[in-house]
Design a protein around this ligand. Structure first.
Ligand SMILES: [Zn+2]
Length: 187
């Protein structure tokens, strides 16, 4: 049976008209429909490409951070520390700048923080300003000079200049540990 001896009824994929096809693979009723459809597909393809491209361009870069992995790393990136703390990267950078958190700059934009330095943050108790000054939460001048290795006159200078809170008992002046420690931390 030659192909000319029978016809197959098909539906044109372009105009939806039924037509008699000579071959099973014929998809269009006419050459016109075929070329129309080809052009349409090409247009759609281009559109798809454009859409794909624009999606790629606007998609934000998302870095997934594996928390489990962070837990076992000795040296962490800023973004990883921020993830652990649930804060922004800027907060971490500020902590580094202020000296609260140790970090090493291996290269520009390649900051690494040692896990043990993060743990140290939690070992230092946050000083709380006492409501009332007592001998217990104050230094004597001798204690102060010894602790910070400074001369009495230097302390007198600081006390006046930085408004260090103090109390006097039995003729002895006691200086607020909170104020003094903060002062020496900042200078
Ligand atoms: Zn057609």
């Amino acid at each position: 049976m030659s192909s000319a001896n029978f016809t197959i009824l098909r539906q044109c994929e372009n105009c939806s008209k039924m037509f008699e096809a000579q071959k099973r693979t014929t998809r269009f009723c006419t050459h016109k429909c075929s070329s129309q459809n080809y052009k349409l597909r090409k247009r759609l393809d281009t559109k798809k490409q454009v859409e794909k491209e624009s999606i790629r361009r606007i998609a934000p870069k998302v870095r997934t951070i594996n928390i489990e992995l962070i837990k076992h790393k000795e040296y962490l990136r800023v973004v990883e520390v921020a993830t652990l703390f649930g804060c922004s990267k800027n907060t971490i950078y500020r902590m580094i700048q202020s000296g609260e958190l140790n970090a090493v700059n291996l290269l520009k934009h390649l900051t690494r923080i040692k896990r043990t330095d993060i743990e140290k943050l939690f070992e230092q108790p946050i000083p709380v300003k006492p409501d009332i000054l007592t001998i217990e939460n104050c230094y004597t001048m001798a204690e102060l000079c010894q602790k910070y290795n400074v001369a009495t006159n230097t302390i007198y200078g600081y006390v006046g200049k930085h408004n260090i809170e103090r109390i006097k008992k039995n003729g002895i002046t006691y200086y607020s540990k909170y104020c003094i420690d903060n002062l020496f931390k900042s200078i």
